[in-house]
Design a protein around this ligand. Structure first.
Ligand code: 3PG
Length: 210
């Protein structure tokens, strides 16, 4: 992964997973999260507005590291790169997606759920991986169990992670950061409730650094 992404995750080890229905809200959302201390934004392709929202967030806060989430096809990678994404996150991986990431030149954090998937994506060059859905799969216990057999893989888990359980992940030597949609829930973005999102983002970062 790019140094800029690694540094940003070290500085702010919780990254919001953002689902945005109206790209017009993206600039205010980006400014709110950045002011709260968030340094990495993952904008999902779960809405029609996803790509436009990603581009608007990247334009609004050029210092932020902006990536695309829910990237499942080669087309997604190319479109996201054109929109300004500097990395991509996927809920899983396929041979096509891994190949496309190399061809397009967009760093991909592939979703993994088992040691075999971790080994397979490592062979494709992915040394930072997304354990997903982390809580459902066993959470910190799973990651602790693979730390010694797969010591060169670092994880950025998501799925069911919030302020109540993130410490269990961030205390592990093979966890770089966590991702969560709870910091900026889709409904609060839709309501433009920037005060609520700022408060949640500050609280999450404080918990993460503790
Ligand atoms: C993701 O795509 O990473 C997840 O939807 C985030 O999981 P969460 O909604 O449980 O935080």
């Amino acid at each position: 992964i790019p140094e800029s992404l690694r540094d940003a995750l070290h500085a702010a080890p919780v990254a919001p997973v953002l689902t945005i229905d109206d790209a017009a809200q993206a600039p205010a959302l980006a400014e709110t999260l950045w002011a709260a201390g968030v340094r990495v934004f993952e904008v999902t392709l779960r809405t029609e507005a996803g790509l436009a929202a990603l581009a608007a967030m990247a334009r609004a806060v050029p210092e932020a590291v902006v990536g695309v989430g829910t990237a499942t096809t080669a087309d997604h990678l190319k479109q996201a790169q054109d929109a300004g994404a500097s990395f991509a996150v996927a809920p899983g991986h396929t041979p096509e997606l891994l190949e496309a990431a190399g061809r397009v030149g967009l760093p991909l954090i592939p979703g993994v759920a088992t040691p075999s998937e971790m080994m397979r994506t490592r062979e494709a060059g992915a040394v930072v991986q997304k354990l997903f859905p982390a809580e459902a799969l066993g959470g910190p216990n799973l990651l602790r169990s693979v730390a010694d057999p797969l010591p060169d893989i670092t994880f950025w888990p998501t799925g069911g992670i919030d302020d109540s359980n993130m410490a269990g992940y961030l205390g592990l030597k093979n966890v770089l950061a966590v991702g969560s949609s709870r910091m900026a829930p889709r409904a609060e973005i839709a309501r433009a409730d920037w005060a609520a999102i700022a408060a949640k983002a500050e609280a999450s970062l404080e918990t993460a650094r503790a």
